[in-house]
Design a protein around this ligand. Structure first.
Ligand code: HPA
Length: 268
């Protein structure tokens, strides 16, 4: 961690980010638009390198957005790409060390709750970790958090209120729901989606939960936002494709970015 921070600090100088944002599919534009400076992951010592996936750049982007100092991850590491859970969540610990107090986690997700529609934005109110592992497994570093962290309010209620208010101002019909994470990379089967619904999930995806667990553990406040890109398996007759996910995410991105900016304006 020391090497990582020393390197980042050679760039950041007096720039102390207070808010961290992980940009999901389609949101890279926010980083492109407001970038003050960016550091490619591959240059940062100990930082996991991005292997693949189209549409993701792989850099830490520092910016001033509506007067807030933010650090953004343009491109995230997914467990299904073969990174360890520790690698997937390393950037969250880096953000913590940089002084970040609040993280905004965004993603694209499939619709489990049949009353939701593709293109809707969902505020994550809670999650179900169905990845079969946990990013905190292993020796605990008390510097970051306690061995057995409480998880009763991972998604900060005050920040959910701020998000709802932002949605109202923007005339958006924001959904609320529980996000279930599986490892992927295969999409779920219809039986798995029925199970997810029975268990109380409203949306499903392959990210965010590891980062949320670690951010909560480190004492950071978390906002989770899902762009609902498609009906999950069996919810409609259509087959699922990454193409469809990217297309919907792209159609919704202006709305999504407007929401994030309004939230940034109103975070205390
Ligand atoms: N399932 C899992 N992950 C996803 C989906 C889905 O339907 N859509 C976007 N990410």
């Amino acid at each position: 961690m020391r090497h990582t921070l020393d390197y980042i600090n050679t760039y950041t100088d007096n720039f102390k980010p207070e808010i961290g944002i992980i940009l999901g599919s389609g949101l890279g534009e926010l980083a492109d638009k407001y970038r003050e400076f960016a550091i490619p992951y591959r240059q940062i010592p100990r930082f996991p390198r991005l292997t693949s996936i189209e549409g993701h750049k792989g850099q830490l982007v520092f910016a001033n957005i509506v007067g807030r100092k933010v650090v953004m991850m343009q491109g995230r590491m997914h467990f299904y790409e073969g990174y360890s859970m520790e690698q997937v969540t390393y950037p969250i610990k880096v953000m913590k060390e940089l002084g970040v107090k609040t993280v905004i986690l965004t993603n694209a997700a499939g619709i489990v709750n049949k009353s939701f529609r593709p293109g809707d934005l969902m505020v994550i109110t809670d999650h179900i970790n169905f990845m079969g592992t946990n990013p905190l497994i292993g020796r605990n570093d008390e510097k970051f958090g306690t061995r057995f962290p409480d998880m009763s309010e991972v998604y900060d209620k005050g920040l959910i209120k701020i998000t709802d208010a932002a949605g109202r101002l923007l005339n958006m019909n924001l959904r609320h729901g529980v996000y279930m994470a599986t490892t992927g990379p295969s999409y779920e089967t219809p039986a798995e989606i029925n199970m997810a619904r029975t268990l109380g999930a409203d949306a499903c995806g392959m990210s965010t939960v590891p980062e949320a667990i670690v951010a909560n553990y480190c004492g950071m406040k978390v906002i989770g936002l899902s762009c609902l890109t498609n009906y999950a398996s069996g919810v409609s007759d259509r087959k699922l494709s990454h193409q469809e996910v990217l297309e919907t995410a792209n159609e919704v991105k202006d709305k999504f970015i407007a929401l994030i900016m309004m939230i940034l304006q109103n975070i205390k």
